[in-house]
Design a protein around this ligand. Structure first.
Ligand SMILES: [Zn+2]
Length: 637
């Protein structure tokens, strides 16, 4: 006997054998049992989920001689003939190719004749949305009042293309997408019946690829058996085979990617993408699957009995629960939201791989930055609007947003120590390990030479409107000090800060120059350009270096950028390399004198005031919870 594809061989023959369409089977069986049979039925659903199969079973049930409670017996001659497709009373028409008026006229003429053997003459018209309007009009009258012995069974994938007047004359049934576990179950049944060895994970992958369609799933299974070389059970079909052939991502790759995002480990995520891209897998499909995985993860993490909603195998469920337990649900929701927000852009992106990498980096960055919600919750708790138990567990997700340029953790962590201790020891200790090195080279040290140190602008003199000679502004492009520019230690780190820097006095012009040098070491060229042009040191008091500028000399946009949170943090951090605990204040020089750019009517807290503020209970609690330091505070004047 010729080979019959699995989908045909294993086509369900009774309502009981149909998978995932219980609602429909029950209604149709009841209709037959109670003899309340309509004259036209419309079966709606995507391809391969059993519309035609349903119609055939229903036709059998209608004409069966030994109908058992609405089910066809599959034994009588009518059942057998219908199953083999040679019953005179069941006429199957393909609407796609028989969509003309003439074709319908044949039907219209045919309904006059009574059935040959069965009780009913049944017309099954597939792809009924393809019929032309003229064809429908020809059928309309017949459809409205067909002879007693005629039943119409229509099937369509696109019900919206069927004329409303037609739909209203039919009983409409929507077939459901078949859930993955049911498809897997059915495939397993088939494999057992055919004695084919297939991994469970492979069946799950097949079911996922089939996207709810049983026929697709069975076709894929057929193809996989052929691919793996034998239906004799000698070679098992593995998940990897399915993944390779259909360009899918395996469940493990999905969970690995998700875990990488939550662990803030882009390296891992990129490794997965590399594998996918190398294997020529469909990245768009991967993105969809990743979104699906996150959704499953969210349900697994938040629902008491997630298995009710999830179409996953047991191993996948275990994966989901493992990640779901380790990650706060809100973070999962956030990841899902972020991915969904990128969906459209991703579809239209030309370079999928690049875009995918960008998306994943963005998601990771967002997931691991301080959340406004967290801050609001803290403030609400502090204000007594929320009970303390609402506080998120400290530091579980919270990190400072990573700076793109300064990626070493030290600069942010360091200031935790000094504030309490007097600045003096910090200064004193630093030079010791380094002292021997830089000292012996006195030559390069007087590096400020090219730039005439700001002619010791007396702090008080500065406010005068005129003091911005164009010349000093023409700060030459910063040249790194030779000893650091040269060979071995190009990297900027605490280790190679010259001790002279740490030891030196507190002349504002000097500090300013050293700040410029430090910006050069730190490769903060943009900040260096901005702060190096048009700014001048005004004063240095209470660890606060005031830099003045006038809009005559600088670009307002530059100032705005310098005050931007990230740039400002970098600037302050770099300055603290020059002067531990030091801070920079940018002031505009106006005709009336110095004017602070931001926070008018407020002044910077002095160091002592800042410490006092940082220790206030509310602030202290907030600091601890978010792992933040107070580096600036303002006080009303
Ligand atoms: Zn029968």
């Amino acid at each position: 006997m010729a080979y019959q594809v699995l989908a045909r061989k294993w086509r369900p023959q009774t309502f009981a054998e149909m998978v995932g369409q219980e609602h429909l089977a029950r209604t149709l069986k009841n209709a037959i049992r109670q003899n309340r049979i309509g004259h036209a039925y419309l079966f709606v659903g995507s391809r391969g989920i059993g519309k035609t199969t349903t119609a055939r079973i229903f036709a059998k049930a209608l004409n069966c001689r030994h109908n058992q409670d609405g089910e066809p017996c599959c034994q009588c001659d009518n059942c057998l003939e219908i199953a083999q497709g040679n019953s005179m009373d069941v006429i199957e028409i393909d609407g796609a190719s028989h969509n003309k008026v003439e074709d319908i006229r044949d039907i219209r003429d045919g309904v006059q004749y009574t059935p040959v053997k069965g009780k009913y003459k049944i017309y099954i018209i597939d792809e009924v949305h393809m019929l032309t309007t003229a064809a429908w009009n020809a059928l309309l009258k017949t459809l409205e009042e067909p002879p007693e012995h005629v039943k119409f069974l229509f099937a369509t994938t696109e019900p919206h293309k069927v004329l409303p007047t037609i739909v209203s004359r039919c009983q409409r049934f929507d077939l459901r997408r078949i859930p993955v576990p049911l498809i897997v179950q059915r495939l397993r049944q088939i494999c057992d019946g055919e004695h084919i060895a297939v991994e469970d994970a492979a069946l799950t992958a097949i079911a996922r690829a089939a996207d709810g369609g049983m026929r697709d799933a069975q076709s894929i299974l057929d193809q996989m058996i052929a691919f793996c070389g034998g239906a004799d059970g000698s070679v098992a079909v593995s998940e990897q085979d399915v993944v390779n052939v259909f360009g899918l991502a395996s469940g493990q790759e999905l969970s690995e990617t998700a875990a990488a995002l939550f662990a803030n480990d882009l390296d891992r995520a990129f490794a997965v993408i590399q594998v996918l891209a190398d294997g020529g897998r469909d990245l768009e499909r991967f993105f969809d699957d990743l979104v699906g995985f996150m959704r499953n993860l969210m349900l697994a993490a938040t629902c008491r009995d997630a298995s009710r909603y999830l179409e996953v195998s047991e191993t996948e469920m275990a994966d989901l629960l493992a990640i779901g337990k380790a990650v706060p649900p809100r973070q999962i929701q956030q990841a899902l939201q972020l991915l969904l927000a990128q969906e459209w852009s991703f579809r239209t992106a030309l370079n999928k791989r690049l875009y995918l990498e960008v998306v994943l980096s963005r998601v990771t960055t967002e997931l691991h930055s301080v959340q406004l919600d967290d801050i609001m919750t803290h403030l609400n708790v502090l204000g007594g609007f929320l009970p303390p138990q609402e506080l998120p567990a400290p530091n579980h997700t919270v990190n400072l947003p990573p700076s793109t340029r300064i990626d070493r953790p030290t600069p942010m962590a360091k200031p935790v120590v000094p504030p309490a201790a007097a600045p003096a020891p910090a200064v004193a200790q630093k030079p010791q390990p380094l002292a021997p090195e830089p000292r012996p080279q006195p030559e390069p040290a007087p590096m400020p030479a090219p730039v005439p140190p700001m002619p010791a602008v007396a702090p008080q003199a500065a406010p005068k409107p005129a003091p911005m000679p164009a010349e000093p502004v023409a700060m030459p492009e910063f040249q790194p000090i030779p000893e650091y520019a040269s060979d071995e230690q190009p990297e900027y780190s605490e280790q190679n800060i010259p001790s002279s820097v740490l030891m030196s006095d507190s002349n504002p012009a000097d500090l300013y120059q050293r700040l410029l040098n430090e910006l050069g070491y730190a490769r903060e060229q943009k900040l260096l350009d901005m702060i190096g042009h048009g700014f001048q040191p005004i004063s240095f008091e209470n660890n606060l270096l005031t830099l003045g500028y006038s809009f005559n000399d600088v670009d307002a946009d530059d100032v705005r950028q310098l005050l931007d949170a990230r740039n400002n943090v970098v600037l302050q951090m770099v300055f603290r390399k020059v002067w531990p605990n030091g801070k920079i204040l940018l002031c505009r020089i106006t005709e009336d004198g110095l004017e602070e750019t931001v926070h008018k009517g407020q002044r910077h807290a002095t160091e002592d005031e800042r410490k006092e503020i940082a220790e206030r209970p509310a602030i202290h609690q907030l600091r601890q919870a978010l792992n933040l330091e107070v580096i600036d505070a303002r006080i009303k004047e």
